[in-house]
Design a binder for this molecule. Structure first.
Ligand code: SF4
Length: 299
């Protein structure tokens, strides 16, 4: 009776790992192609195939160590693990998570401000990732930003510098932010986990669960009007959903905050054709702030 959920978890981990490894094989030459995003009129996506998700957002309590559990159990068979790309194999389901391997402890973050929260994370040993980090990557940007981006976790460059999104994917994200007529310093950027997973693998469920109280408190402190989720990992751990290619571009809500799931910049580096889809998503975010790209009619 317990084998199927375990198998699904293994498959999911393998999919996320495959996705991460593909990120590592990005040709730096494609970076230049994304520069067109901010200057020209991006091609309009003929069909996104996106569906409106119906699952409710996961509800977390920052003041207590909330176990990572899906709001609705998975009731349909796991998606086939065939030859499709990993990012397309995920179905729009709430995601089951295993019991944490590390005992929970109360972080008592509910009254912490940014400085104290960051100091706490800097010496955190709540999960095994502290063993492989060079620097914890807490967050970057305006702590009172109206727009917040949430990614997956630090990579090699981020681990070395202690700043999120400073590698090639980070350069792309900075371009995306600029194309949205924001400056990077005016938004806030954070990740699901603050320490680099070894070999750039995806965070494990218990690692994400241990780290989420920091991020949830950051969200409380920033109080953004809009959160942009970058890729499958934040979609899983913030909204409890999978299926980023179907869900992206559709407004969601988390604790009263508008949430826009879109594709991870590293995925866009590897799949330049998908930039038009991400651009559509970002234009929807721009419209919330009264911004509109002059060369597009898409809302
Ligand atoms: S990833 Fe998060 S929970 Fe794990 S050691 Fe780092 S700061 Fe602590």
């Amino acid at each position: 009776m317990q084998k199927q959920p375990l198998l699904k978890q293994i498959v999911e981990c393998l999919e996320l790992e495959a996705e991460r490894r593909e990120y590592a094989e990005i040709d730096p030459a494609v970076l230049g192609t994304f520069m067109k995003l901010g200057g020209g009129a991006p091609a309009k996506c003929a069909s996104t195939g996106a569906k409106t998700a119906t699952s409710p957002a996961r509800s977390y309590t920052v003041s207590s160590p909330t176990p990572l559990r899906p709001p609705v159990p998975v009731s349909t068979p796991a998606p086939a693990v065939a030859s499709k790309p990993a990012i397309e194999r995920q179905s729009e389901k709430t995601v089951a998570a295993p019991a944490p391997e590390v005992p929970m402890e109360n972080l008592n973050v509910e009254t912490m401000q940014f400085d104290e929260l960051e100091k706490k994370a800097a010496v955190c040993t709540r999960c095994r990732l502290h063993k492989s980090r060079t620097n914890p990557v807490f967050g970057d940007g305006d702590p009172h930003a109206k727009l917040m981006f949430i990614g997956e976790g630090p990579g090699q460059d981020e681990d070395a510098q202690g700043i999120p999104f400073v590698g090639r994917a980070g350069q792309l994200l900075t371009k995306m932010i600029g194309a949205m007529q924001f400056e990077r310093k005016d938004v806030y950027i954070a990740n699901i986990v603050k320490c680099r997973p070894p070999e750039n693998r995806a965070p494990l469920d218990d690692e994400a669960e241990q780290c989420l109280p920091y991020l949830l408190r950051q969200i409380e402190l920033v109080k953004p009007e809009v959160i942009v989720l970058l890729g499958a990992v934040p979609l899983k751990y913030i909204l409890g959903l999978s299926g980023i290619t179907r869900i992206r571009g559709n407004w969601k809500e988390f604790k009263g905050i508008k949430v826009m799931p879109t594709l991870h910049p590293a995925y866009l580096l590897r799949n330049p054709d998908a930039k038009k889809d991400a651009w559509e998503d970002l234009q929807k975010v721009m419209s919330v702030f009264g911004k509109k790209h002059k060369a597009t009619s898409k809302s």
